[in-house]
Ligand binder design. Structure first.
Ligand code: ADP
Ligand code: MG
Ligand code: MG
Length: 347
């Protein structure tokens, strides 16, 4: 039995997704009196809701006055977080998954679920993540990183650069985001310009990748220095061009096939690469690691790591563990233990 502070919402395009994950986490933590939950909500504007029923306030959209973090906790952040034994930041995207929250929790000296500052930040920024993976020789599609200032100053030059490498068709993504927000495929100059305009609305940094026509296979990873890898699952889309926001969260947008029906050799490679990728970015606790298996060639590419994956009981992360013999409530217990272990080691 632990007192678990669950933090949700936040200043992110994935605010809603966070609320859904946090509802499921809180319900499972409290079921059968396993743990005590201390809910903390953060509004889209970044105000912290430290009392009352913050989930209700965020769901109903009447968060009331709340407080800036600074005024809410004054000079004593540890005091505010003090009643908790461990924090579970159930937040996706910037200001939750990218190391900023983790830094705050480090400063407060309190154990928390998931990756630390470095693993979170590297895992969140696709450009940096790809550089680290490349250093470890992990297979990836061709890509190019861009910054907003260059796009504002000379659109023509940026377009020519992308056309030379990686070329069309390509995928354009904000570097720091998730849930497919701001992601578009581009097949020609006009499409590329529109995709870059949109991606740069979300982020100063953008990544453009070579398009691959591929099956999408994902694994869940759990642990600290010697992580375990779940069975692989294949995400099969019901329609739509790619695994976009609607397919991820809409009713019936996708089907998860576990275990993925892929060659044994590919499954072995996926397990090995997932473990290496997790360690390469210095992830901890949990991550979902996503792959592309090219249809025409059977070639495997590492797509990305998600250090705080969608976390409802029916999210891919939890379903893969369930199929691997670890039910959702036990998964939460393991994550809490891993957080406490990591804190004790670092302390
Ligand atoms: P996010 O972090 O938002 O999930 P991803 O990089 O996983 O971003 O991209 C979201 C989805 O877009 C993928 O699951 C896949 O369907 C599609 N996609 C991304 N990159 C490529 C690519 N290079 N080629 C083909 N499809 C891609
Ligand atoms: Mg992602
Ligand atoms: Mg993804």
């Amino acid at each position: 039995m632990a007192r678990v502070m669950v933090i949700f919402g936040g200043r992110s395009g994935e605010h809603e997704v966070s609320l859904a994950s946090a509802r499921a986490v809180m319900e499972a933590l409290e079921s059968g009196g396993r743990h005590e939950v201390l809910p903390v909500g953060i509004t889209r504007e970044g105000r912290w809701l430290l009392s009352g029923d913050p989930m209700r306030a965020l769901t109903d959209g009447n968060a009331g006055p709340g407080g800036e973090l600074s005024s809410a906790v004054g000079s004593s952040l540890p005091g505010t977080l003090g009643p908790a034994d461990v924090v579970f930041p159930v937040m996706h995207g910037p200001y939750g998954e990218d190391g900023k929250m983790q830094g705050l929790l480090e400063m407060a000296g309190i154990p928390y679920v998931g990756s630390g500052v470095l693993g979170s930040a590297v895992g969140m920024d696709k450009v940096t993540m790809k550089k680290v993976f490349a250093h470890h020789g992990l297979p990836q599609v061709r890509w190019r990183g861009l910054v907003r200032r260059d796009w504002e100053q000379d659109r023509e030059a940026v377009i020519r650069a992308v056309e030379s490498e990686p070329g069309y068709p390509c995928f354009v993504k904000p570097s720091n985001l998730g849930s497919s927000v701001g992601i578009n495929r581009a097949d020609d100059e006009e499409g590329l310009a529109a995709a870059l305009d949109e991606a740069f609305r979300y982020d100063r940094r953008v990544i453009v990748e070579q398009f691959v026509d591929a099956r999408e296979v994902e694994v869940s990873v759990l642990g600290n220095d010697h992580p375990e890898v779940s069975l692989p699952g294949e995400v099969v889309l019901s329609g739509g061009a790619f695994y976009d926001y609607e397919a991820k969260y809409g009713e019936g947008g996708m089907r998860l096939v576990v275990p993925a029906e892929i060659p044994e050799e590919a499954a072995g490679e996926i397990e090995r690469i997932a473990r290496e990728a997790f360690t390469a970015v210095d992830a901890a606790g949990m991550s979902r690691i996503d792959f592309f298996l090219e249809r025409s060639t059977g070639k495997l590419f590492l797509n990305e790591i998600n250090t705080i994956p969608g976390f409802t009981a029916t999210s891919v992360y939890a379903k893969l563990w369930e199929a691997s013999g670890l039910p959702y409530p036990d998964l939460l217990d393991r994550l809490i233990s891993l957080a406490l272990e990591r804190h004790a080691e670092n302390g």
